[in-house]
Design a protein around this ligand. Structure first.
Ligand SMILES: NC(=O)c1ccc[n+]([C@@H]2O[C@H](COP(=O)([O-])OP(=O)(O)OC[C@H]3O[C@@H](n4cnc5c(N)ncnc54)[C@H](OP(=O)(O)O)[C@@H]3O)[C@@H](O)[C@H]2O)c1
Length: 243
C-alpha cells in the first residue's frame, strides 16, 4: 500500500551544536525525526551521535549561501522539510553606547538575517508539500527588557521575530505553513556558562533559570498543535508578567 506510506518527518535546526539547538535536535532524533543540524562548527560536535537520520552542515546561517546549502542537504538526503527551527543566535550585553559597529552587524546578522534567509529557503518545499512549521527562538527580554542588565542589541534583534512570524503566518496560512515563536527567559545553556547562575535565577518570578528541557517541551507542544499559528509562547518563569 505505497499510498499509505508516511515518511518520518524532517527538521532543520540551526545552532544545533550547543544549548537549546542541541537539545531540540536530540529530542527530535529521539522521536524518530530526521534532522539536518547546522552551525558554523557542527561537524566538530561530539554531542550528536552519527546516524542515518542526521545530516550535519557547517556554515554561518546569516549568509544566504549557507541557507541554500542547508536546504539542499535536507532535500538531497531526506526529500522533505516539515519543521525549521530558527534557533542560532548570539547575545552581547553592554551599555547602549558601548556597542560597536562590529557588535551591531554580528548580532543583527546572526539573529535576524538567519531568520530571513533560512525561512525564505524552506518555503518553496513547504508550499509543495502543503504543510510545514517554522519555529523561531526569540527572547522574552525583547518585550520585557531589564534595567539591571541592559542589552539593547538583544532587544533590537529579537523583537521583530514574533511580529514577522505573525505576518508570515497570515501570508502562508493558505499553504498550511505555520509560524510560531518561543520567547525564553534565561536558560541554563553554555551561553551563560561564565555568568553567576544564582543571580540569573533571581531574574525570574519562579526563582530559577530555565532548563533546555523547558524549551524542548514548548517546541514539542507547538509542533503537535496543528491549529496554532502566529503564536508566541513565553517560557520565562513568569518574567513577562512583571517584576
Ligand atoms: N540561553 C538563554 O538564556 C537564552 C535566552 C533567550 C533566548 N535565547 C536564544 O536561544 C537561542 C539558542 O541559545 P543558546 O543559549 O542555546 O546558545 P548557545 O549555547 O550559545 O548556542 C548558540 C548556537 O548558535 C550557533 N551559532 C551562533 N552563531 C551562528 C552563526 N552565525 N551561524 C550558525 N550558527 C551559529 C552556535 O554554534 P557555532 O558556534 O558552531 O556556530 C550554537 O550552536 C539563541 O537564539 C538565543 O538568542 C537564549
Amino acid at each position: 500500500m505505497k499510498d499509505d506510506y508516511t515518511p518520518e518527518p524532517v527538521a532543520i535546526v540551526t545552532g544545533a551544536s550547543s544549548g537549546i539547538g542541541l537539545g531540540i535536535s536530540q529530542a527530535l532524533l529521539g522521536r524518530c525525526w530526521r534532522v539536518v543540524a547546522a552551525s558554523r562548527t557542527i561537524s566538530k560536535s561530539r554531542d550528536l551521535k552519527a546516524s542515518p537520520n542526521l545530516v550535519l552542515v557547517d556554515g554561518d546561517v546569516s549568509r544566504k549561501e549557507t541557507a541554500v546549502s542547508v536546504v539542499d542537504a535536507a532535500l538531497k538526503h531526506f526529500d522533505r522539510i516539515d519543521l525549521l527551527v530558527n534557533n542560532a543566535g548570539i547575545f552581547i550585553a553592554k551599555a547602549f553606547t558601548d556597542y560597536t559597529e562590529e557588535d551591531y552587524n554580528l548580532v543583527m546578522n546572526t539573529n535576524d538575517a538567519s531568520f530571513f534567509y533560512m525561512t525564505q529557503q524552506v518555503i518553496p518545499q513547504m508550499k509543495k508539500q502543503n504543510s510545514g512549521h517554522v519555529l523561531t527562538i526569540s527572547a522574552v527580554l525583547a518585550e520585557q527588557p531589564s534595567r539591571a542588565a541592559p542589552a539593547l542589541l538583544a532587544v533590537l534583534s529579537k523583537s521583530p521575530l514574533a511580529a514577522a512570524s505573525k505576518a508570515l503566518a497570515l501570508e502562508y496560512a493558505a499553504n498550511n505553513i505555520r509560524f510560531n515563536t518561543i520567547s525564553p527567559g534565561i536558560i541554563n545553556t553554555p551561553m551563560h556558562a561564565k555568568d553567576d547562575q544564582a543571580a540569573l535565577a533571581k531574574f525570574h518570578p519562579l526563582a530559577r533559570m530555565g532548563e533546555i528541557s523547558d524549551i524542548v517541551d514548548a517546541m514539542l507542544y507547538l509542533q503537535n498543535a496543528t491549529f496554532v499559528t502566529g503564536e508566541n509562547i513565553r517560557v520565562d518563569g513568569g518574567v513577562h508578567a512583571g517584576r
